[in-house]
Design a binder for this molecule. Structure first.
Ligand SMILES: [Mg+2]
Length: 192
């Protein structure tokens, strides 16, 4: 199968990186768990407000971004199972290169062939898309899966809590598609 993977807060821990910088800049004690909605400006100090979105256009944040636990190992397992992995990320002009470099340096990808920068991910024809943004999963025409984060807990969508669960999800979905295709084959033979 072709599998699309979001970057920020799915493989790359951008959440903790921008929060660390914000806490230093505004002398605050914000934690990732405090952010229970997508609009992060609701959780920062008033003097920061909408300025918080500036952190998402700061390429230097990617210098200190950690990997999400077990993400690289699980992606390598999926590749070994024969799946094609594409990193699909909504990028600001300044962060596109930084994100790409991060994926290369952390050995998630080898070339630009595996990297797609796009805001409207519903235009990409992958079989499964894994993303932490509820709106992206809601609008995805094929199989969308939410990667659990504190800001997407209220959404009733297919979800996984960690990378191990995603491996299981892919297997289950792949098996389902195979059995559906087998049923269609049987049906086709029967109607002939
Ligand atoms: Mg994301």
């Amino acid at each position: 199968m072709n599998i699309g993977i979001d970057c920020d807060d799915v493989v790359c821990d951008l959440g903790n990186a921008w929060i660390l910088k914000y806490n230093q800049d505004y002398d605050d004690n914000l934690k990732k768990e405090d952010i229970t909605q997508w609009d992060v400006s609701k959780f920062v100090k008033k003097e920061c407000g909408k300025k918080v979105f500036g952190y998402f256009n700061d390429p230097t944040l990617y210098l200190n971004c950690l990997e999400m636990p077990n993400s690289l190992n699980c992606i390598n397992i999926l590749k070994e199972q024969g799946h094609n992995i594409f990193f699909i990320s909504a990028c600001m002009p300044k962060t596109m290169e930084a994100k790409y470099e991060w994926l290369i340096n952390h050995k998630y990808i080898d070339s630009t062939k595996e990297f797609i920068a796009i805001y409207n991910k519903s235009l990409i024809n992958v079989d499964i898309l894994l993303d932490d943004k509820p709106e992206t999963i809601e609008n995805f025409p094929k199989k969308g899966v939410l990667f659990s984060q504190p800001w997407n807990q209220t959404y009733n969508l297919p979800r996984v809590n960690d990378w191990e669960e995603f491996i299981k999800f892919v297997k289950k979905y792949n098996d389902l598609l195979i059995s559906q295709n087998q049923s269609l084959d049987t049906f086709a033979k029967w109607v002939r």
